[in-house]
Write a protein that binds this ligand. Structure first.
Ligand code: NAP
Length: 307
């Protein structure tokens, strides 16, 4: 007979590994399914300064590994598998992966969110050849070079600041004339002598041979196009939730995030959503780990009801 876990957790970022820690510590028979390695998006972040307890900051990869080790200390297992589909129609939930099927009484979806793409021609073929989605991962290739950061939110502002310390010149391209980013970023960005703002502009095309040599910018007010030479482009325009594999099994909002409040309960009893993948106003490591803990609390209540 197929093994039935108390809890299957999909995704090994901070939400997933916190759920794994709490679940295993509570005595749940728990497995966490992860595609690549621990940490999720956090593992791609260089310095995390706003996670309490690390007075000097901590790099995301290290924090991810520590979270995994902390959960495994209590017996949580990690299986490296990509989830391809789910069936939540019965009380025993089924998860189909490229490494076989898993069955569980409760499921935690902690699959996070991935970088949003510009969606323009040549973008996919130029990834790694001048087009990037993670300044902290790939910024070091652009020491003393010219780069463009696209976006106006906190990520774009943080990326532009980070790159200004490495690159010779940073253009920040934003489709409006004010930043969405919080005020804390405004002053240092304005003060950085090598950062130039290109307002009311979008990237309409890439200039490239084998790799990026520039971008074509379109002014959204006039429609005029200009070419700017650069060595690399960092796309930092938000994220899209990793929920496609669910195939409509739980309710999503119009942007594709799983509808769930602080209880992390989804539209399906026994299925919980934790971290960046659920509807929430602040997506941070600290809010993701809070979700992981809340999930197990409510899963315990659910199990007590059905058993
Ligand atoms: P975000 O806040 O959603 O900002 C996305 C930015 O990209 C916006 O400025 C948006 O323009 C622009 N944009 C969206 N689609 C675009 C397109 N197709 N073409 C050009 N521009 C486009 O996303 P985020 O900056 O990645 O942040 C995500 C979450 O993480 C937020 O909650 C944020 O506060 C948080 N975060 C926090 C920190 C921190 O506190 N240190 C750091 C990073 C991220 P409009 O402004 O015109 O909509």
């Amino acid at each position: 007979m197929k093994h039935i876990y108390d809890m299957v957790i999909i995704g090994g970022g901070p939400a997933g590994y916190t759920a794994a820690l709490y679940a295993a510590r509570a005595g749940f028979d728990t497995v966490l399914l992860e595609r690549l390695s621990a940490g999720g998006q956090m593992a791609l972040t260089g310095d995390i300064d706003n996670y309490p307890g690390f007075e000097e900051g901590v790099d995301g990869f290290t924090l991810g590994m520590k979270m995994q080790q902390g959960a495994e200390r209590f017996g949580a297992k990690t299986e490296y598998a990509e989830v391809e589909g789910v069936d939540f129609s019965g009380q025993i939930k089924k998860i189909k992966t490229n490494a076989g099927d898993f069955s569980a009484k409760t499921v935690v979806i902690a699959s996070g969110a991935n970088p949003r793409e510009l969606g323009i021609a040549k973008e996919k073929e130029l990834v790694g050849r001048g087009v990037h989605y993670c300044a902290h991962c790939d910024g070091r290739f652009y020491k003393d070079k010219t780069v463009i950061v696209v976006g106006g939110g906190n990520s774009a502002a943080a990326d532009a600041l980070y790159l200004s310390r490495l690159a010779k010149k940073v253009y920040l391209v934003h489709r409006r004339d004010t930043l969405r980013a919080t005020k804390i970023y405004h002053e240092p960005l304005m003060k950085a002598e090598n950062v130039e703002f290109l307002w009311n502009s979008t990237v309409s095309d890439f200039a490239a041979e084998n790799r990026v040599t520039g971008v074509i910018l379109k002014n959204v007010n006039t429609g005029n196009e200009t070419e700017i030479d650069c060595d690399g482009v960092f796309v930092s325009i938000g994220r899209k939730p990793a929920t496609e594999f669910l195939g409509g099994a739980v309710e999503l909002d119009q942007s594709g995030y799983i509808v769930a409040d602080e209880s992390t309960k989804t539209s399906v009893p026994g299925v919980f959503a934790a971290g960046d993948v659920r509807t929430k106003s602040l997506r941070q490591v600290v809010t993701a780990v809070a979700d992981g803990a809340a999930t197990v609390h409510h899963a315990e209540e659910y199990l007590a009801e059905i058993e």
